[in-house]
Design a protein around this ligand. Structure first.
Ligand SMILES: [Fe+2]
Length: 270
């Protein structure tokens, strides 16, 4: 009920279908190889919302070209998985997951030289909280996936709705086991972590046993306000010493999407 009131009084005025449509048009015009969506496709995760989000995903692209993870708003209410987030199962599933049942996270998709590893931090939280949690089982499994992907020489892209960084969000919105997840990421190494949830652009570089890891807070694709809505584009290329990642910011301004800053990161690998 509190989530519904939040939507009635606040969220429906700050998230715009028009902004989202402009952003999607821009993404599709640029012809990216792959699209990732880091959760919060709905306001409170009701079945009708999830069905609408499924239709939106189909308009965004084919399931093998679009990877989705859930956000806390998609799990606001306890409801049957198949009638809610399960509507997106084709988009959530890893390459070897069974579509018919709830996918086990972390999911793994490999596209060219990139291992896309999806985590599920979306858990129902107490009233007025928007916390997330990964849990021990996902941490153990992602440690194995990161190590295997490194041995295969793949670029490791981790998707998670909440930031894994300490103070990545305000306390009531934090990932409650962020410190434990960050220890795994720093021990196994990853090249790029992309998360949502905060609606603010931010890039951090974190040291790991394998060298630097770039952590990107993606903006909301539907947020109203000059330059607040938008998305990021990533160009990933192999270099003689490791990887190069270019992060381009695209922002919604005055009815259109414009390219902003592009930052480049050289990631040396042992
Ligand atoms: Fe969120």
């Amino acid at each position: 009920m509190l989530g519904y009131l939040s939507w009635r009084r606040h969220r429906r005025f700050v998230h715009s279908p028009g902004v989202l449509a402009d952003v999607v048009t821009d993404i599709q015009a640029r012809g990216f190889d792959h699209i990732t969506v880091t959760g919060d496709l709905t306001h409170v995760g009701l079945p009708a919302e999830c069905r609408a989000a499924a239709a939106w995903l189909r308009s965004l692209g084919k399931a093998d070209e679009v990877t989705v993870i859930p956000g806390n708003h998609d799990r606001y209410v306890r409801a049957d998985w198949s009638e809610t987030v399960g509507c997106w199962s084709e988009y959530l599933a890893g390459d070897d997951s069974r579509i018919a049942s709830e996918p086990m996270f972390p999911s793994l998709r490999v596209r060219d030289s990139v291992a896309i590893i999806g985590l599920d931090s979306a858990v129902p939280s107490a009233p007025l909280f928007a916390t997330g949690r990964i849990g021990e089982e996902q941490r153990q499994r992602i440690a194995v996936l990161l190590d295997q992907a490194r041995q295969r020489g793949l670029f490791r892209l981790v998707l998670i709705h909440h930031s894994p960084l300490p103070r990545g969000h305000r306390w009531r919105k934090r990932l409650t086991d962020a410190a434990a997840l960050l220890r795994v990421l720093q021990r196994q190494g990853a090249e790029l972590v992309v998360h949502g949830h905060g609606h603010k652009r931010r890039i951090d570089v974190v040291s790991t046993s394998q060298g630097d890891m770039v952590v990107v807070a993606a903006p909301s694709a539907s947020l109203v306000g000059l330059g607040r809505g938008g998305y990021n584009g990533y160009r990933i290329s192999r270099t003689g010493s490791g990887w190069r990642v270019e992060v381009s910011e695209y922002a919604h301004r005055a009815g259109k999407v414009v390219a902003q800053e592009c930052r480049e990161f050289e990631l040396s690998r042992p």
